[in-house]
Ligand binder design. Structure first.
Ligand code: ME8
Length: 515
């Protein structure tokens, strides 16, 4: 039985269209899932939409439509985005599904049975945008007469009867867990923030609402719906079939939840506390990535600088977009998106780098070797050194992916591209054609084999372009896992006509710095 690997994104609020931040999180998670599959793991990759809560209701009201209609319309866009990004998710969960209501009610009952849920009344400052309550001293009344919470969103006074979760009882247990599992929260900076926060003590959490009914009813008291964060976090469990017997039970606990830094507290404090209370195993790791900004500015509808992921994929190519986000931004840090940066990065590394390397090698083979994998004689130490370079590169990439350092994995793989460029310049096969055609064949064989190896490794990051490269070196579909790095191309195999895989981005005439 191979190792199981369960990985998730956050589930997005479908109160608007997907934006580039959603696409970013999804793309990186997809690469991590694909990498694990190619490494022979039994992978379950989950994404979806978080459809309950007051924010959805307010947006629907604002648009003059039913909240279900809003959820259906936008959830469909989020699902379309997974395809537009060449996603390989195994499931797409919507929190309005029946399967989810069942799991939410079951976890609630477990927490209640354990004595962690009680009824009281609640009053406090509520941020609708974040679906979170704040203490008065965490808020600030600004000159515009509006009170804001610590994340800068408006808060309003709310009072209601509510069920509470005994979060205060979990502070020490959580600290103990962080201590015993130093990898539970990544990156390190996020971990330190959370530990410091929990050390200051935790208050009980209001976990139900009576002022609206767009949510999962509290079992036994249907006037209440569950707080949207209980409902939202439980999605990860729902998809494994819990509490029923299901083929996917084996995936719990999750190996890693990939989320944005703004929701780290929910995932590293509330979620493990709920699970401890319900006597369920905790996820092994939560990684809070950074935010993407448009040329340094926060994207917002009012500024009008929200970037549409469908347009980006369409304009630059989906593999180019995926590569850019994963190579440009160290995962965990905030990053910037701009037209110039994406053009520069993809032209340098893909069009002039990997694309050109493959194109010049394969077109020389087409011309000089009858369009077949060259029948080479003995390979020299230089040839073997280049072919062998993929093995430590993959090992470095594997170590990096284990801690979600996707940028480092790409760096290791692209170091092989640079090494291959130096090799081909030094060997100059074009000059060998006349002087030593046998040696030329060995060099071209080495190049074709190197292209195969690089393309095997780039699959998680650029699935479509890598598949095309593997087609160009005639690699059968069933010989494309990382284990296939151990084999080599067979001399004499027919190769298809070479084609460019990464076109160079050329600015359209008179087009400014748009997009
Ligand atoms: O938070 N850059 O949903 P959401 C990078 N429903 N990541 C970004 C981003 C940006 N500019 N903007 C948002 C929610 N994200 C909840 C999650 S999980 C049980 C419930 C990330 O639609 C954000 O950090 O506001 C989060 O991980 C994800 O996109 C969905 O954000």
């Amino acid at each position: 039985m191979s190792d199981k690997f369960y990985i998730t994104t956050a589930i997005s609020y479908p109160n608007g269209q997907p934006h580039i931040g959603h696409a970013y999180e999804f793309i990186v998670t997809d690469a991590l899932a694909r990498f694990a599959r190619l490494d022979g793991k039994d992978v379950f990759f989950l994404t979806g939409t978080d459809e309950h809560g007051i924010k959805m209701l307010q947006t629907a009201r604002g648009e003059g439509i039913e909240v279900r209609e809003l959820a259906d319309r936008n959830a469909a866009r989020f699902e379309a985005m997974t395809e537009a990004m060449s996603g390989s998710n195994d499931d797409f969960i919507r929190t309005t599904e029946d399967r989810h209501r069942r799991t939410c009610q079951a976890i609630w009952e477990r927490m209640a049975t354990n004595g962690d849920i009680y009824k009281d009344s609640y009053a406090g400052w509520y941020s609708v945008r974040e679906e979170a309550y704040y203490d008065e001293d965490e808020t600030e009344l600004r000159d515009d007469g509006v009170r804001y919470g610590p994340q800068g969103t408006p808060v309003e006074w709310m009072e209601e009867e509510s069920y509470f979760f005994r979060l205060s009882a979990y502070a020490d247990k959580l600290l103990d867990h962080y201590e015993r599992h130093p990898d539970f929260i990544g990156p390190e900076t996020r971990r330190n923030e959370i530990v410091a926060f929990v050390r200051r003590g935790l208050k009980d959490l209001s976990v139900s609402r009576t002022t609206f009914d767009w949510g999962v009813p509290v079992p036994g008291d249907e006037r209440h719906v569950m707080y949207v964060w209980i409902d939202a976090l439980t999605n990860y469990l729902t998809a494994t079939g819990w509490p029923d017997e299901h083929a996917r039970n084996r995936f719990w606990p999750a190996d890693v939840h990939i989320i944005g830094k703004d929701i780290t507290r929910f995932h590293t404090i509330y979620w493990p506390a709920f699970l401890m209370s319900a006597d369920l195993p905790l996820p092994k790791r939560v990684f809070g990535h950074g935010f993407l900004f448009n040329k340094g500015e926060k994207m917002s509808k009012s500024v009008g600088n929200v970037v549409d992921p469908f347009q980006i994929a369409d304009h630059y190519g989906v593999d180019q977009m995926r590569y850019f986000f994963m190579r440009e931004v160290p995962f965990g840090n905030d990053g910037n998106y701009s037209h110039d940066a994406i053009v520069q990065r993809t032209n340098a590394d893909l069009a002039n780098g990997l694309g050109n390397l493959a194109q010049r090698s394969l077109s020389m083979i087409a011309k000089n070797c009858d369009g077949k994998v060259p029948d080479h004689g003995a390979l020299t130490d230089e040839d073997e050194a280049l072919i062998g370079a993929a093995v430590p590169a993959l090992e470095t990439a594997r170590e990096a992916m284990a801690v979600q350092a996707v940028h480092k994995a790409l760096e290791a793989i692209f170091a092989v591209v640079a090494q291959a460029d130096r090799y081909i310049d030094a060997q100059a096969p074009w000059a060998l054609r006349k002087t030593d055609p046998e040696r030329m064949k060995a060099v071209l064989y080495t190049m074709a084999e190197t292209v195969r190896r690089i393309a095997l490794m780039t699959q998680p990051f650029m699935p479509d372009a890598s598949a095309k490269l593997l087609d160009l070196v005639a690699v059968p579909e069933d010989a494309r896992t990382f284990a296939d790095l151990e084999t080599r191309l067979v001399a004499g195999t027919d190769l298809p006509k070479p084609q460019g895989v990464f076109p160079r981005y050329v600015e359209a005439e008179n087009a400014g710095q748009g997009a």
